[in-house]
Design a protein around this ligand. Structure first.
Ligand code: NDP
Length: 288
C-alpha cells in the first residue's frame, strides 16, 4: 500500500486560513496582532528566514516590525531594545533571529524576552511550563509536527515514539509534546549505541539531526510513521532531510518529504504563537 505523504504545505495552508480568520476577529475587537523580529548582522540565511516571516505575517494581516541592527551591536544595546519591545502594547510577539554574532550571549537574550511574548517558545519559563503540562508558548517546529500528525489523524496514544536528536529547540520539546499525547517516548542522540535497534522500535520516528542519509530502511519498522526534520544539502546543493525518503516509501505508512514536510509548518506555528500570545494578553492584566 502507498504511504500517506504528510504534506506540510497543505496543513500550513489550512492552518493559515484559520489564523487569518482569527486575526480578523482580533482586529474587529480593536487589536491587530503584532510581531517584532530583530535581526542582528549580515547572515544571509537569517535574512532570508526573516523575509519569509515578514511576508507570511503581513499576508495574514499582522502588524510586522523588523528591527535591523548592525553586526557590532553590543549585547547591552540588544537587551535594551528587547526590553523596549517587551513594554510595547501593540507588539504581541518578539523573535530575535538566531544565530547571533559571537560576542552576544544567546541565552541571555532569550531570557530577556518576556515569556508572554516569546513566540519562539525558547524562554525557560515556557520550556518549564511545557514540561509540567501548563499552557504556554511552544517551540514552533515540534508544535508544527504535532499539528501535522493531528491533521492526518496519526494516533499517538500508547505508541512508541522515538526522536533522534535532543536539541532544546526540536528534540526535547518534541519529546514533551509526544508525552502529553500519551506516547511512550525515547530520545536518541549522538552517543546512543546501536541506533537502528532503537529506531526500529518506533511506531512514530522523528529524525532531527542534520545528517543526510542517517535514517535508512534498516532503521525503520514496517508501517511506521516517519517525520524528517533535517535540513541538509545534497551533492548538487539541493535541500534534503536525514531520511532516505525513496527507499522508505515502500516500507512506511506515512512520511514527510523534504522540502514540503516539516519546513512549512515552522513559520505557520510562529504565526499561530503570535495569535496565541495576542489572545493571552487580551485576557490578562498585562494587556490594558
Ligand atoms: P542540533 O545540531 O542542535 O542537534 C542535533 C542533534 O542530533 C543532537 O542532539 C545530536 O546529538 C544529534 N546527533 C548528531 N549526530 C547524530 C548521529 N549520528 N546519530 C544520532 N544523533 C545524532 O540541531 P537542531 O535540533 O537545531 O536541528 C536538527 C536538524 O533539523 C537540522 O538539520 C536543522 O537544520 C533542522 N531543522 C529544521 C527545521 C525546520 O523547520 N524544518 C527547524 C529546526 C531545525 P548530541 O546532543 O549528542 O550532540
Amino acid at each position: 500500500m502507498k504511504p500517506t505523504i504528510l504534506d506540510g504545505r497543505e496543513v500550513s495552508a489550512s492552518l493559515r486560513s484559520s489564523l487569518q480568520e482569527e486575526c480578523k476577529e482580533l482586529v474587529e475587537k480593536g487589536h491587530q496582532p503584532g510581531l517584532a523580529v530583530v535581526l542582528v548582522g549580515n547572515n544571509q540565511a537569517s535574512r532570508t528566514y526573516v523575509n519569509m516571516k515578514k511576508k507570511a505575517a503581513e499576508a495574514l494581516g499582522f502588524h510586522f516590525e523588523l528591527i535591523e541592527l548592525p553586526e557590532e551591536t553590543s549585547e547591552v544595546e540588544l537587551l535594551t531594545i528587547v526590553e523596549q519591545y517587551n513594554r510595547l502594547q501593540h507588539i504581541d510577539g518578539i523573535l530575535v533571529q538566531l544565530p547571533l554574532p559571537e560576542h552576544i550571549h544567546e541565552q541571555r537574550v532569550i531570557e530577556a524576552i518576556s515569556p508572554d511574548k516569546d513566540v519562539d517558545g525558547f524562554h525557560p519559563v515556557n520550556v518549564g511550563r511545557l514540561s509540567i503540562g501548563l499552557p504556554g508558548l511552544k517551540s514552533c517546529t515540534p508544535y508544527g509536527i504535532m499539528k501535522m500528525l493531528e491533521y492526518y489523524g496519526v494516533d499517538l496514544e500508547g505508541k512508541n515514539a522515538v526522536i533522534v536528536g535532543r536539541s532544546n529547540i526540536v528534540g526535547k520539546p518534541m519529546a514533551q509534546l509526544l508525552l502529553q499525547e500519551n506516547a511512550t517516548v525515547t530520545i536518541a542522540h549522538s552517543r546512543t549505541q546501536n541506533l537502528s535497534a532503537v529506531t526500529k522500535q518506533a511506531d512514530v520516528l522523528i529524525s532531527a539531526v542534520g545528517v543526510k542519509g542517517l535514517i535508512t530502511k534498516n532503521h525503520v519498522k514496517p508501517g511506521a510513521v516517519v517525520v524528517d526534520v533535517g535540513m541538509n544539502r545534497d551533492e548538487e546543493g539541493k535541500l534534503c532531510g536525514d531520511v532516505e525518503y525513496n527507499e522508505l516509501l515502500s516500507l512506511v505508512s506515512a512520511i514527510t518529504p523534504v522540502p514540503g514536510g516539516v519546513g512549512p509548518m515552522t513559520i505557520t506555528m510562529l504565526l499561530n504563537n503570535t495569535i496565541e500570545a495576542a489572545r493571552h494578553r487580551l485576557l490578562t492584566s498585562a494587556y490594558s
